[in-house]
Design a protein around this ligand. Structure first.
Ligand code: AGP
Length: 607
């Protein structure tokens, strides 16, 4: 998730306008920044690695002259943060410049095609291929607008693109597919950006682009057309009521609620991980004699959940380990036949990095899964994958949990295929399930948030809660508990449901709230007994059940309805959503700040 912006003015320089808009988009990505403009018939680019203020001090990007330009603030997905990988990117001759937010899935094959035609690509990004594709079309005598349209028709994935061309210095062309892109309608000026907050100080009139549409902006006109056919589309601008702060939060009151609602897109982005990296990870794991999944906090819960699928589908025993205990517990077993798959959204958690260094010293192979390209974990890893969730502003991890777990399951599928250990039907059901995940999450968000809010209202006076699950839902229960604990400061408990009768049950008294995570998977028949045990002690049973559930639902005081038929290994990705909402609503109900809970930091860089 990056931030893109653009401006075309009748008079004046775009430098300060682009700089200001990028400052407002900085929450979308802040590892590198750049601007490009057409100046005296030539494309001028200013870009570098680092936060906006830092790059401004070095390059004075706000001084960029010219009345037409594009800008970008980056959250690396392909290619670590560097000056070469910073946007804007240009073609071989520097005639075209492009900025991009999203993921171009088929960039590898397009890159090979362009290199076979003699193009030289300067960066490791997916984005740069767009500039060269447009260059190819300009060579074929297409005008700039059609050259971009023809190039866009060849791309797959998610993208918001903005381009300028030295040959036609009066227009910006932008294209949208899935990634957000909005146009600002000005007077003798027009703007574009990843979100409205970027140009709100200049105009409160906006225009949305739909998927597979493109727009041509000049200083006094905006043309919208369909990418596929080039057919013009009439689009009416609308007035924006939001403040800049609200716009930055996408209209949500807190970053956490915005990030919970981003999950349909961020899970889809995570599932777009390039097969080559999944293959590299699966090969390393297939060669290993011992495999550990290493992490802290929420990332550890993603590892714990994935350990079930590694065993059941890939028939590989992996040991999920809390990083601060790793070397003490397993140091003696680690050697060159050991693989350590390390998961950390920040890539900077001290406990995790220390454990990784300890394992490296003992000869282990390090695989990394992180949300921050260029983080220390990526530098310590032999192979790493970026999970493409974009910056997570809320301290409580939400969208990064579901994205991490989605990538881990993709690795399981790659390993199971390599080892030929899974029933093809199960793998196919899982692949089909991947495609349904965004819709299952959206359905849960739209149908259950009010229900969760009502249950929270009813229980906001409770002093403690317990979360129970069986099988992979043990991890979902633990993660739900962590969210409530870190945001509402309530001493919440979580247990494997089967284990609850070996101790926890002594705590249960009339009305004590017990949340059951109860998808209809292999563990379902057994969890019914656990629900009855709690009911027998007059607990208040709150259950997450599939829509057509009758047994657990009939035993429960409250139910949260989940979509039917989610393949069991994928249930943590959907069933965690109402538990994230539960914690968020409880924090807000208690008057706590859900974005910045006390005593916690987004990245724990101390031991
Ligand atoms: C989760 O909401 C917390 N922010 C915390 O437990 C976090 O998951 C943990 O510190 C690990 O962070 P990492 O994924 O960045 O390594």
């Amino acid at each position: 998730m990056c931030g893109i912006s653009g401006a075309v003015l009748e008079t004046g320089d775009v430098g300060p306008i682009l700089y200001d808009s990028l400052k407002r988009l900085e929450y979308r990505g802040y590892d590198s920044v750049g601007e490009a403009a057409v100046v005296n018939g030539r494309i001028v680019v200013k870009k570098d690695v680092g936060k906006i203020d830092q790059v401004e001090r070095q390059l004075r990007i706000s001084d960029l002259p010219g009345n037409i330009g594009i800008g970008h603030t980056r959250w690396a997905t392909h290619g670590a943060p560097s000056q070469e990988n910073a946007h804007p990117h240009t073609d071989c001759k520097g005639t075209v410049a492009v900025v991009h937010n999203g993921i171009i899935e088929n960039y590898m094959e397009l890159k090979q095609e362009l290199e076979s035609k003699g193009h030289v690509l300067k960066s490791r990004t997916d984005t740069e291929i767009v500039a060269h594709l447009v260059e190819e079309n300009l060579k074929r005598q297409f005008g700039f607008v059609d050259a971009v349209r023809q190039a866009a028709k060849r791309l797959t994935g998610a993208y918001a693109l903005a381009l300028i061309c030295a040959n036609e210095p009066d227009k910006i062309v932008c294209v949208r597919k899935e990634s957000p892109l909005v146009i600002g309608v000005g007077i003798s000026a027009n703007y574009l950006a990843s979100d409205i907050s970027a140009f709100l100080p200049r105009t409160k009139n906006a225009m949305l682009l739909e998927d597979d549409e493109m727009a041509v902006l000049t200083c006094d006109r905006i043309r919208v057309m369909k990418v596929e056919t080039g057919e013009e589309v009439t689009r009416k601008p609308f007035g924006v009521e939001w403040s800049v702060e609200t716009a930055t939060k996408g209209g949500f009151p807190h970053f956490m609620l915005k990030e919970i609602n981003e999950q349909p897109l961020t899970v889809r982005n995570a599932l777009r991980t390039q097969p080559i990296y999944l293959e590299l990870m699966a090969s390393a794991m297939n060669r290993a004699k011992r495999i550990f999944l290493l992490a802290c906090g929420t990332s550890y819960h993603a590892c714990l959940a994935a350990s079930y699928a590694f065993a059941n589908l890939a028939k590989v025993g992996v040991t999920p380990v809390i990083a601060s205990e790793f070397i003490d517990a397993y140091g003696a077993l680690i050697d060159s036949d050991t693989v350590v798959l390390t998961v950390s959204q920040s890539g900077e958690t001290a406990d995790t990095l220390t454990a990784v260094r300890g394992a490296k010293d003992r000869g282990a192979t390090i695989l990394g899964l992180t949300n921050v390209m260029g983080s220390t974990l990526t530098r310590l890893s032999d192979v790493y994958i970026g999970q493409n969730s974009g910056p997570e502003m809320g301290v409580a991890a939400t969208k990064t949990f579901t994205a991490q777990y989605a990538v881990l399951i993709k690795i399981v599928v790659a390993l199971a295929r390599k080892r030929n250990t899974a029933n093809p039907k199960d793998l196919q059901r899982l692949e089909d399930g991947f495609n349904h995940l965004p819709e299952w999450i959206s359905t849960t968000l739209s149908t259950q948030d009010d229900n969760v809010r009502r249950i929270v209202q009813k229980n906001s006076d409770k002093g403690s809660f317990c979360f129970l699950g069986r099988g992979v839902s043990v991890a979902t229960a633990l993660e739900g508990r962590l969210k409530l604990l870190e945001l509402s400061y309530l001493p919440a408990i979580a247990y494997p449901a089967g284990e609850s009768k070996h101790g926890f049950i002594s705590v249960v008294e009339e009305g004590y709230p017990v949340l059951f995570v109860a998808p209809k998977d292999e563990a379902y028949p057994k969890i019914i007994g656990n629900v009855m045990e709690m009911k027998a002690r007059r607990a208040q049973v709150l259950s997450l059940v599939e829509g057509d559930d009758s047994q657990v639902a009939s035993l429960s005081d409250e139910t949260i309805q989940m979509p039917n038929g989610i393949p069991p290994p994928l249930t943590p990705i959907v069933f965690i959503v109402p538990l994230q909402l539960f914690a968020y609503r409880m924090a807000v109900t208690k008057g706590y700040d859900p974005d910045f809970p006390r005593n916690l930091a987004k990245s724990v860089t101390v031991h």
